[in-house]
Design a protein around this ligand. Structure first.
Ligand code: AHR
Length: 568
């Protein structure tokens, strides 16, 4: 988390030329299309349409990594204890201590990867505390203890270590996703990191740690591929400068034993528009030689939409607003904040290209989501828990569409966080559970995983509104498309709180046979699910009708829609 303005990265001369050419090219390209196909749709024409979407089957952008639909589960507040882990002897339905309903829901969304144990918690955690017989494991002070309140349960303040590496891996296996472990580089030596890799990946019978793993019932190696080397190392992860961190990164990742398992190291990256971190880190990495780039799979990027003050403050606490009590201006402000993600992806990618010309290093957006002030917790005492509404669902659709549009840049993303924290997909307390509107969006968008992203052009009237006495506007319709053999998946966000968008959808290079539309919306923009009303808001699916290559569809106000279309 940082508290600075969002700015453009400093551009070198060649970047500027390259960028100018690119912009020129796209404006020309889009301009021709606008003239030939889009202009009639700016105002309602004879068909009644005011918007148009053009899917270009012949213009693939790259494969959408399933891992951009990833999750983040930190040992923070009610995420692990009460959220995921209920205990083996619990009356709450569980699978070896893991909440059964959560597992069932995560299977439905094809959860590809989960990041654990943090977050800031990771750089205070000793993995060795969380293995071995459960009754022998120590209790430790949780990193977040000082933020906890008198009503928070003891397990949130003092980590009972009942959920450790074994339990996390079991959780991943149950949901069918991959583990992504974040290593502690602030308070543990590199040796502890190598030994965590050894514990997880060394073959059965090969090392003492493999034997320790086997004695807990896990003879086969866990095969953990993704390893985060610290977290927010500019802050809670060690207070390093970018240069200092680069030295640590090289040291921690040098000669880590492989055991035949590919290891993908994710470097702690910038928050928001921290271009200097990206630049400083890569510059220092390269001081040792160009080969060093090969040790980096991904550069993490964290971006939270927290400042809804409309420019009044940059203060981390003052800038936040309420999750449930908001007006339409707050709604659009969150959308604007969400839209910043695209410029961050493009900006950091551009800076990375200064050092990594072939772009072998990808972006891993391993923390993203809105962050509101306290007050909407489903369970009092769960720190950082908030009530996701339709607004957060639209924000999440907008963000996932952004990732889909940059498949060559974004290799993984992890929504912060999975359950009982920030942009949760699920809320749970004791035997109570519900899927949030954000969870529903993940279920809808799972259809994009592994598809071929397609260039898609959206043309729609902007949303115009008054932003504290000044006219403001926001785009009218945006989304993403992916092709899966004969199935085309098109997801579309209509951010307007009051107007539907009557849209003609054209498929360039193909024709349509049949299709369905799944829409998440509500007449109340504050709609959200709760333990008492689990289905206050949920998606509705219907069959769509069309003629030939064109489909007419009305995107309701404040909505996220998935069109699953079969091509002829
Ligand atoms: O997601 C909550 C916190 O936000 C994480 O622990 C930290 O990495 C970030 O600042």
């Amino acid at each position: 988390m940082t508290e600075h303005d969002l700015t453009e990265p400093d551009l070198t001369k060649s970047d500027l030329i390259g960028r100018r050419e690119f912009i020129h090219g796209s404006v020309m390209g889009a301009g021709c299309l606008l003239l030939s196909r889009m202009a009639p749709f700016v105002a309602a024409g004879p068909t009644g349409a005011d918007s148009r979407i053009e899917v270009l089957l012949g213009e693939p952008l790259g494969t959408i990594s399933p891992n951009i639909y990833g999750h983040f589960a930190e040992n923070l507040g009610g995420v692990i204890y009460d959220g995921i882990w209920v205990g083996e002897n619990s009356r709450i339905p569980n699978l070896n201590g893991i909440r059964k309903e959560l597992v069932e829901e995560m299977r439905k969304i094809k959860a590809p990867v989960v990041r654990y144990p943090g977050g800031c918690f990771a750089d205070s955690y000793d993995w060795r505390d969380g293995i071995g017989p459960a009754d022998k494991r120590p209790r430790r002070t949780n990193f977040w203890e000082q933020d906890e309140s008198a009503v928070s349960p003891a397990s949130h303040k003092y980590d009972p270590n009942q959920f450790g590496t074994n339990e996390f891996i079991r959780f991943c296996k149950l949901i069918g996703g991959q583990p992504y472990l974040a290593a502690n580089i602030r308070s543990l030596p590199a040796e502890a990191f190598y030994q965590w890799v050894e514990y997880c990946n060394s073959p059965a019978g090969s090392t003492t740690l493999a034997d320790t793993r086997a004695s807990a019932g896990y003879a086969d190696p866990f095969g953990v591929r993704f390893w985060g080397v610290g977290n927010e190392s500019w802050g809670c992860g060690g207070n390093f400068t970018a240069q200092e961190y680069a030295v640590e990164f090289r040291r921690y990742t040098a000669w880590v034993p492989r055991y035949g398992q590919e290891l993908s190291f994710v470097a702690s990256g910038p928050s928001d528009d921290g271009w200097d971190w990206t630049r400083g880190f890569l510059e220092e990495i390269l001081r040792k030689g160009p080969g060093e780039l090969r040790s980096i799979y991904g550069l993490a990027l964290h971006y939270y939409a927290w400042n809804l003050s409309r420019g009044r403050t940059k203060d981390w606490n003052e800038g936040k607003r309420d999750a449930l009590n908001f007006d339409t201006l707050d709604w659009y402000e969150l959308m604007r904040q969400g839209d910043v993600m695209e410029s961050l992806i493009n900006g950091h990618w551009q800076v990375m290209g200064e050092f990594d010309k072939n772009h072998s290093i990808k972006l891993v957006v391993d923390e993203w989501g809105p962050w509101y002030r306290p007050g909407s917790e489903a369970t009092p005492g769960d720190i950082l828990e908030q009530a996701p509404t339709l607004r957060d669902a639209v924000f999440s659709g907008l963000t996932l569409d952004t990732f889909n549009r940059h498949p060559e840049k974004v290799a993984m993303a992890n929504c912060a966080q999975l359950i009982n924290c920030l942009n949760s997909l699920y809320l749970a307390h004791e035997d109570k559970f519900c899927v949030t509107p954000v969870g529903h969006v993940f279920a809808m968008y799972a259809a994009h995983q592994g598809g071929q992203a397609l260039r898609t052009i959206f043309s729609s009237p902007s949303v115009n509104y008054d932003r504290d006495g000044k006219p403001a506007s926001f785009w009218g319709l945006k989304g993403s498309a992916s092709l899966h053999d004969k199935e085309l998946v098109l997801t579309v966000v209509n951010p307007h709180v009051g107007e539907a968008r009557e849209t003609e959808i054209g498929i360039r290079g193909g024709s349509l046979k049949s299709g369905t539309a799944t829409t998440l919306t509500h007449s109340d923009i504050h709609a959200h699910n709760s333990f008492a009303e689990r289905d206050a808001i949920s998606p509705k699916t219907s069959v769509v009708e069309f003629k030939g290559k064109t489909l007419a569809y009305s995107f309701p106000p404040a909505s996220v829609t998935k069109l699953a279309l079969i091509l002829g």
